[in-house]
Design a protein around this ligand. Structure first.
Ligand code: NAP
Ligand code: ZN
Ligand code: ZN
Length: 350
């Protein structure tokens, strides 16, 4: 077993505090990874606060993991010691259902094994995430991070990157498409960079004008404040595709009106509250409301290679472990430019 230093929430809604636990010794198909950097996703906050249902505590969050291989099991073929690697939102899945076969492990019929707040394939051992010094993962669920991407700024690609790349690719974002993203946070800023690289015309819809300059620098063509009523009139029926990255409930009817005929709004944000919808919002324009969950292993590797080719990384604020709770509070205030990343060498014995 391997002593691992981490930060954990000991109970729902409790602030995170230093925590020590054991990782398993690598099995024959496992890769042991020294975690260098770990991103803070809004989903970490939802889960620590039990906004999505009952959590497993102590909970070590973190599913934007970037590090270096330190050990490989006897039968590992894809990785060697020293490789730059990443781990995203899941560490295993059933491997036999039709979705696992198609490389859509995130939609595994049995249920993927989440990187934390979940269990390993045995259904018993609780998984613990990336706010820690090391992790041991089956090689089939480990990603290769191209060497030209700095590990700190690449970490957020493992969730925010793939969560936005996947729907942009699936719904064909490109030079002939007008795309909007609602919310310029961790997911939103990656959507801007990736859609820009795909050649789409990209508009940011943010609560205020505060982030307008940043959005332009990140690659947005247009920027509007949703607090201004005129925005919804001006942009009526403008977009082929809208990605909603907002972590809170919104008036979906209002945003659906911004879609062209046959346009699609994709929900990425996962607030804890239901929002009602008028049938008219969809029917009067053959519009679609869809959802999308992260991405499979194959597509995540494709996204990392795409980002390496286009020099895309996240804009980050690097923090030490003792600043995690402060970072959570700032994320909740939409005050993050644009992803907090923890320097994992700052985890130590309590
Ligand atoms: P984030 O960094 O907090 O960004 C969310 C952004 O939404 C904020 O920066 C803010 O942007 C906007 N916003 C926040 N509260 C709002 C409100 N009350 N009304 C309108 N806009 C608001 O969060 P994130 O890490 O990008 O995650 C966003 C959501 O996606 C979370 O719910 C998370 O759990 C979910 N998520 C889903 C997946 C998936 O696979 N579908 C994967 C990862 C995360 P402005 O300041 O620009 O308005
Ligand atoms: Zn995430
Ligand atoms: Zn499966």
């Amino acid at each position: 077993m391997n002593k691992t230093f981490a930060y954990a929430a000991m109970s729902a809604k409790a602030p995170l505090s230093p925590y020590v636990f054991e990782r398993r010794n690598p099995r024959e198909h496992d890769v042991a990874i020294e975690i260098k950097y770990s991103g803070i996703c809004h989903s970490d906050i939802h889960q620590v606060r039990e906004e999505w249902g009952k959590g497993a505590f102590p909970m070590v969050p973190g599913h934007e993991i970037a590090g270096v291989v330190t050990k490989v099991g006897a039968k590992v073929t894809r990785f060697k010691i020293g490789d730059h690697v990443g781990v995203g939102c899941f560490v295993d899945s059933c491997r036999t259902c039709e979705y696992c076969h198609e490389g859509l492990e995130q939609y595994c019929s049995v249920g993927m094994n989440g990187t934390y707040n979940s269990t390993e394939a045995d259904g018993v051992t609780v998984t613990q995430g990336g706010y820690s010094t090391q992790i041991v993962v089956d090689e089939n669920y480990v990603l290769r991070i191209p060497k030209n991407l700095p590990l700190d700024k690449a970490a957020p690609l493992l969730c925010a990157g793939i969560t936005t790349y996947s729907p942009l690719a699936h719904w064909g974002a490109g030079p002939d498409k007008k795309v909007a993203v609602i919310g310029l946070g961790g997911l939103g800023h990656m959507a801007v960079k990736i859609a820009h690289a795909m050649g789409a015309h990209l508009t940011v819809l943010s609560q205020s004008m505060k982030k307008a300059e940043d959005a332009k620098r990140l690659g947005a063509n247009e920027f509007y404040a949703t607090s201004d009523k005129a925005t919804f009139k001006k942009l009526k029926a403008s977009f082929d595709l809208i990605l909603n990255s907002v972590s809170a409930e919104l008036d979906w009817n209002q945003y659906l009106g911004l879609l062209k005929i046959d346009g699609t709004m994709v929900l990425l944000g996962l607030p804890d509250k239901n929002v009602s919808l008028s049938a008219f919002s969809l029917v009067m324009g053959r519009r679609r409301l869809a959802g999308s969950l992260i991405g499979g292993i194959k597509e995540t590797q494709e996204m990392l290679d795409f980002c390496a080719k286009h020099n895309i990384v996240s804009d980050i604020e690097l923090i030490s472990a003792d600043k995690i709770n402060e970072a959570f509070d700032r994320v909740l205030k939409s005050d993050v430019r644009y992803r907090f990343v923890i320097d994992c060498k700052t985890f130590s014995a309590p």
